[in-house]
Design a protein around this ligand. Structure first.
Ligand code: KG4
Ligand code: ZN
Length: 337
């Protein structure tokens, strides 16, 4: 059988990543060069610095991906790249690099939506998944409930109206002095909290709405910190972290179950950086079990930004002949539709 080998590139935010994926399933290599330590001192990603680091890192990250996969440029069938959404300067580095590599080899170029890539991390981990599916996509930039009717066929049932779930984790962690990225720090602090921690509000929005809002919860956590500071009281960070995490998880789980019911999907997928959260995995798993739904999620290293997920999404576009032209450009505000 012909092996289909795709080199995938991801530079939408602060990870420079390249991977080689065989037949849309087998991860021959998956290299991620994280800039977390570079941006940590600023408390978040600085776009200009991110672009510069992508420029410096992309050549060796690609070399390493090919070397580890034991694949040469000449053996590749296509080059795939994330072209949105993300930071424009960061995306452009990957797009320009991928275009040059595809043109030099005379092979197809495939543009991939980063959000779609996150969803497809599930097809890498569980290739036999069948449709219809319902995916909760929770990352630093996005919070979406998506019904999948087939490869590339999406219906967005709900999305955040303000902060993304990961963004709320990051902002609250920063205010608590826990550092960046906030998700893993809050998860670790919450593990030492008392029970469900400090009670914070949950935004359910209008009855029946599958949209999210995390800015009120974020403000409530920040107000709690400010009030304590004004009174000179010490905040129990573990209890605050536990209360915040619980409020996010409750809303994510509640709305995901409602969306599964509405869409009629019997299988739920979890995707994006926040899908690495252990409390979310546990509680969504429990809720799905009670409702007779199957839940799948990728291993933690495929939840956060990586190029393997981009290569997997690209494979299905390759099969469908969906190729990009040399005019492919970065689309920083790209949506899923
Ligand atoms: O998907 P991702 O790597 O990048 C984007 O596309 O945004 O997601 C990064 C986000 C960050 O906000 C980070 O704090 C969050 O995922 N995150 C977590 C955890 N690990 C990463 N949030 C909660 N719990 C975690 N364990
Ligand atoms: Zn991402």
């Amino acid at each position: 059988m012909k092996r289909n080998l795709i080199l995938a590139i991801e530079t939408s935010c602060d990870e420079t990543a390249a991977a080689v994926i065989e037949n849309g399933q087998r991860i021959r290599s998956n290299i991620v060069s994280s800039q977390i330590t570079v941006h940590q001192k600023f408390g978040g990603v600085v776009p200009e610095i991110a672009s510069r680091h992508h420029l410096e890192n992309l050549p060796w990250v690609v070399d390493q991906a090919l070397e580890q996969a034991e694949v040469s440029f000449a053996e590749l069938d296509a080059v795939a790249v994330t072209y949105g959404p993300g930071l424009v300067g960061a995306l452009l580095v990957g797009v320009a690099g991928a275009k040059a590599m595809a043109a030099a080899q005379g092979i197809p170029l495939i543009g991939v939506n980063h959000i779609e890539g996150h969803i497809y991390a599930n097809f890498l981990a569980h290739p036999a998944l069948g449709f219809p599916l319902l995916c909760l996509l929770v990352s630093g930039g996005h919070t979406h409930l998506v019904a999948l009717e087939g490869h590339g066929k999406y219906r967005v049932l709900g999305r955040t109206r303000d902060d993304a779930a990961g963004e709320a984790f990051d902002k609250v962690a920063r205010a608590m002095g826990l550092g960046y990225p906030g998700g893993p720090k809050i998860q670790a602090a919450a593990a030492n909290g008392e029970g469900a921690g400090i009670e914070l509000p949950r935004a359910w929005l209008e009855p029946g709405s599958l949209d999210f809002s995390f800015s009120g919860l974020k403000s409530a956590a920040l107000n709690y910190l400010n009030r304590a500071a004004q009174k000179g009281e010490e905040v129990n960070k573990s209890d605050l972290a536990a209360g915040f995490q619980q409020a996010v998880v409750d809303v994510l789980v509640g709305k995901t179950l409602a969306a599964a019911k509405q869409s009629g999907a019997g299988t739920v997928l979890l995707a994006g950086g926040v899908a690495a959260n252990q409390a979310l995995r546990r509680e969504l798993g429990e809720a799905c079990r009670q409702e007779g739904l199957d839940l799948y999620y990728p291993p933690v290293e495929l939840c956060t930004d990586n190029a393997a997920m981009i290569g997997c999404a690209a494979y299905y576009k390759f099969l469908a002949g969906e190729f990009a032209g040399p005019d492919l450009n970065a689309v920083p505000g790209m949506s899923l539709a």
